[in-house]
Write a protein that binds this ligand. Structure first.
Ligand code: ATP
Ligand code: MG
Length: 248
């Protein structure tokens, strides 16, 4: 296995009396596609939020490329090359697809400033390239709010790629997407990994997707790390079957 790009060490997080993450330790090797599964409410999204600096963690540490990032803010972590997408898609509905990509570039600024910015032509070229990559080039001038839900997920993925991340955390990328589009999305994720060299850490409830995509899978239950292993090991793990997969 390659060196760890992301190291999560003993991370804990509670909301009032609810312990959402309890001393979770895991790592994501450089260049890998790693999965994160577990029942609803088992703490997956909370863990992502802690890793990317979306909220402070109560204990433990997070390292990215060997560097301590535990107390950095989201923007600082994004600048280092780690980005996440959201379980609920976050796009700018009243802007076109191209504009969504342009204002996602980290140097674009925020809000009004970004809307009125004059974008460099490299950004325009990159935006077009990425819209082609996710199969949305023909829709580039359409308002993002008029895209179908699945297309909005693809747009959000392209927005994340706009900053050339080294590690992308994807929170349920295929939720709500129909089977045909899911295959296209899996293909895009694999190509982003193989061709663009982006390491992926993916939360997913669709077992067909995650078993095909990930080389290593972690399973959470009740905020704790329950099991880890290859897809075959996870599929056969009695603890995972009892807590999550059920008898198939
Ligand atoms: N901001 C918050 N305030 C209070 N409780 C929260 C907050 N965020 C998460 N929780 C609680 O933490 C626990 C873990 O939630 P989390 O969203 O991480 O689960 P999840 O594994 O992502 O679930 P799902 O598969 O349904 O998305 C849940 O009990 C949830 O209610
Ligand atoms: Mg979640």
């Amino acid at each position: 296995m390659n060196a760890a790009l992301l190291e999560v060490n003993g991370v804990s997080k509670a909301f009032g009396g609810v312990v959402a993450n309890e001393a979770i330790t895991l790592d994501v090797p450089q260049g890998a596609i790693v999965g994160l599964i577990g029942p609803n409410g088992s703490g997956k999204t909370t863990l992502f939020n802690g890793i990317v600096g979306h909220h402070p963690i109560d204990g433990g540490s997070v390292r990215f490329e060997g560097r301590e990032i535990t107390h950095l803010r989201v923007v600082e972590i994004a600048r280092l090359g780690m980005l996440r997408t959201f379980q609920q898609t976050r796009i700018y509905a009243k802007m076109t697809c191209v504009q969504n990509l342009l204002i996602s570039a980290s140097h674009a600024g925020e809000g009004f400033r970004a809307v009125f910015a004059k974008f460099p032509s490299e950004d325009m070229d990159r935006a077009d390239e990425l819209l082609s990559f996710v199969g949305l080039f023909a829709k580039r001038r359409l308002l993002a709010g008029d895209l179908s839900f699945g297309q909005q997920k693809l747009l959000e993925f392209a927005m994340a790629l706009m900053n050339g991340p080294r590690l992308l955390l994807l929170d349920e990328p295929t939720a709500g997407i129909n089977p045909t589009l899911i295959n296209g999305l899996i293909d895009r994720l694999q190509r982003a990994n193989a061709e663009l060299g982006i390491t992926l850490f993916v939360i997913e409830h669709n077992m067909r997707v995650i078993m095909n995509l990930a080389e290593h899978i972690y399973c959470l239950a009740h905020g704790e790390l329950l099991a880890e292993g290859s897809p075959d090991e996870i599929r056969a793990d009695q603890r995972v079957i009892d807590a999550y997969l059920g008898a198939q």
